[in-house]
Design a protein around this ligand. Structure first.
Ligand code: NAP
Ligand code: GDD
Length: 336
């Protein structure tokens, strides 16, 4: 049974990847951070008591700031594949906590790569690289496009990208980068713009929220569906040789378009409730991301399966349902 180690398993991508790896017959080990409140919502449906028979998902407390723990886990688990998804992944927040972002999103990668190298474990390593690294580079962006990051997060990801390349070239390790463009889902973190919009729309529709405050509506992103992108991660590690791949839909849309389409789906008019708050502007913006995933199509047979319009509908419908469930859950509890 192949064994995978996933950092960031409690995040959007980690949860879909864990699901897919379990479906593919893997034993999956995930790193989770100690938290005062439960932080495993996205993987609770996968988790089973380790005392039961046939359990294939195991969680281990660790933090990307602590090298010793990473060495111990890599040495003990001897994974066949390591998917390094853990990061402080919010671009706007990285301007507020640049040092922490560099430490976790950048240095965390060195700690993990060194843990693999020092322990001598033969494993395939996936690095969660990002289209944010392209920054101001004109679209379309591909594997040949030079990086020009525009945030502390983007800079930390550039460092991690080159570390993966460097460990591949220096030590012959199987290290591969997936340079993934934005990907979303009903499990997307609530403060990224797509989810912020769909969650707010459900509340506006239900009469629970009056206004939605947003920043730059003109930014354009190449938005795909997260499970397609976690499938790409796995394909990248199954290739004969470690290589770097851009993963994207090849379409770009503005935040305004996302907002408009999502509002129309609920028969709402965004002009009536959307307000601009400059607090959500970034000191430096990435204006247009549009990926060219021709290499992944040709070498990995990877294709996106969900259109932009479908993605918007899926996310809006999921947030409407989630709110309904929460409201009826509250009613049940109140009546008890
Ligand atoms: P996410 O939802 O923000 O998940 C990030 C994960 O990292 C969470 O499990 C989080 O744990 C964990 N983490 C944060 N700080 C940590 C620390 N100090 N030690 C250990 N774990 C820590 O991100 P995502 O959207 O799933 O993205 C996965 C990866 O792909 C990230 O590296 C992201 O930067 C990158 N990426 C994402 C996109 C995208 O559009 N989603 C595109 C390109 C690249 P908690 O749950 O405890 O916070
Ligand atoms: N978050 C947020 N909140 N973004 C807003 C808002 C708002 O209220 N209003 C407008 N935006 C704009 C941002 O300025 C940005 O141009 C765009 O919406 C997308 O913002 P996010 O959804 O926060 O994503 P991101 O593109 O900055 O970063 C995401 O994608 C990267 C890949 O390109 C994250 O998932 C990163 O981790 C990932 O690497």
């Amino acid at each position: 049974m192949p064994r995978a180690l996933v950092t960031g398993i409690t995040g959007q991508d980690g949860s879909y990847l864990a699901e897919q790896l379990l479906d593919r017959g893997y034993e999956v080990h995930g790193l989770i951070r100690r938290s005062a409140s439960f932080n495993t919502d996205r993987i609770d449906h996968l988790y089973r008591d380790p005392h039961e028979e046939g359990v294939r998902l195991f969680l281990h407390h660790a933090d990307l700031s602590e090298a010793g723990r990473l060495v111990k886990l890599i040495y003990e688990l001897q994974p066949d594949e390591v998917y390094h998804l853990g990061a402080q992944s919010h671009v706007r927040v990285s301007f507020d906590i640049p040092e922490y972002t560099a430490d976790i999103t950048g240095m965390g990668t060195i700690r993990l790569l060194e843990a693999i190298r020092e322990s001598g474990v033969q494993t395939r390593y996936y690095q969660a690289s990002s289209s944010e690294m392209f920054g101001t580079a004109p679209p379309p962006q591909s594997e040949a496009t030079p990086f020009h990051p525009r945030s502390p997060y983007g800079c930390a990801k550039v460092m991690s990208f080159w570390l993966a390349v460097n460990y591949r070239e220096s030590y012959g390790m199987f290290c591969a980068n997936g340079v993934l463009f934005n990907h979303e889902s009903p499990r997307r973190g609530e403060t990224f713009v797509t989810r912020k919009i769909t969650r707010a729309l459900a509340r506006v529709k239900a009469g629970l929220q009056e206004h939605l405050y947003l920043g730059n509506l003109d930014a354009c992103r190449d938005w795909g569906y997260a499970p397609d992108y976690t499938d790409a991660m796995w394909r990248i590690l199954q290739a004969d040789e470690p290589e770097d791949f851009v993963i994207a839909t090849g379409e770009t849309h503005s935040v305004r378009e996302f907002l408009q389409l999502a509002s129309e789906h609920l028969e709402l008019d965004p002009d009536e409730f959307v307000r601009i708050d400059e607090r959500y502007y970034r000191p430096a913006e990435v204006d247009v991301l549009l990926g060219d995933a021709a290499k992944a199509r040709a070498k990995l047979g990877w294709e996106p399966t969900v259109t932009f319009e479908e993605l918007v509908r899926v996310m809006v419908d999921a947030d409407v349902k989630l709110l309904d469930d929460q409201l009826s859950g509250r009613a049940v509890r109140l009546s008890e």
